[in-house]
Ligand binder design. Sequence first.
Ligand SMILES: Cc1ncc(COP(=O)(O)O)c(C=O)c1O
Length: 328
Amino acid sequence: MPVISVPEEFNEEELYVDLQPLLGHSLFLKCEGFNFAGSVKLKAAVAMVEAAEAEGVLIPGSILVESSSGNLGVALSMLTASKGYQFVCVTDSRCNLSTRRLMEALGSEVHVITEPDADGDLLGARIEYVRALCASDSRYVWLNQYANSNNWKVHYHTTAPSIARQFPDLDVLFVGTGTTGTLMGCARYFRQWRPRVHTIAVDSVGSVIFGGLPGRRMIPGLGTSVRPPLLNESYVDDVTWVEEPDTIRMCHLLASRGFLFGGSTGTVVRGAVDWLTQHDAGGLTAVAIAPDLGERYLDTVYQTNWLRDIYGEDVLSAYAMADSARSG
Ligand SMILES: Cc1ncc(COP(=O)(O)O)c(C=O)c1O
């Protein structure tokens, strides 16, 4: 019986969903959403905060500040509440309302950027705001998840070895990409310890991480408009891109069987299925990582009017697809 005294002590590391019955492809989905922060970003938050404390950068009286599209912000809100620091999260208008409320409920201040920078970029504007805050008062501490090596190291030391233990015959691992912390930690681990494992990055169409053209992306977590400094492509065996309407359809297909996952999980699963189909890889042992669960997306990914406004009427064929999956 796990008994904890601080929320960061608990994280379910060993839960997988076998998606074969639903998808017709052998694919195991590692669920990273079962902790008090509700996402994979708990790991990065703990690793970056503990490193900053050990280095003496984060001290009593410090105010943590971070740019986050949501999940790292929630994880840092939880952690700073637990440890007694103040936290300011700088996000933008794409952040889900429920995610913002979660951060505020945990005692954080949330600053929402609505105007893009000179290049038309909201992420750039968020970073500018963080830099200005740090310049204004020496109590502010910015962990900078985009460049902080503890963001990938924690996955090298926890996520990847845990998958390796559970799947000694692993052939392919699919990882979604935002800061690329999860991807780089896993890819570096498998290249070093199990070089026969292929690590495949899954990104959204419209993201520039792997050199694609910038475009509109409405689902938070995956994709960036600026190439993340953590990325080293030499560790990544392949990349697959997913259109957001396909992400939405996959989320609804999973939900039709009772698995309510977040938007980026729909992307990762859809990217994995596409890659396995293209590579005729039916006999391979494949794992994909699900970064969070679906309740944060009830007003977006799982909301009919939002879907229609953003993607048009066609995407609602997702419901027909979900229904046919249920009756099938
Ligand atoms: C829902 C979700 N999916 C995927 C990611 C990407 O993870 P990483 O930043 O490790 O690339 C994030 C990161 O915040 C996320 O919140």
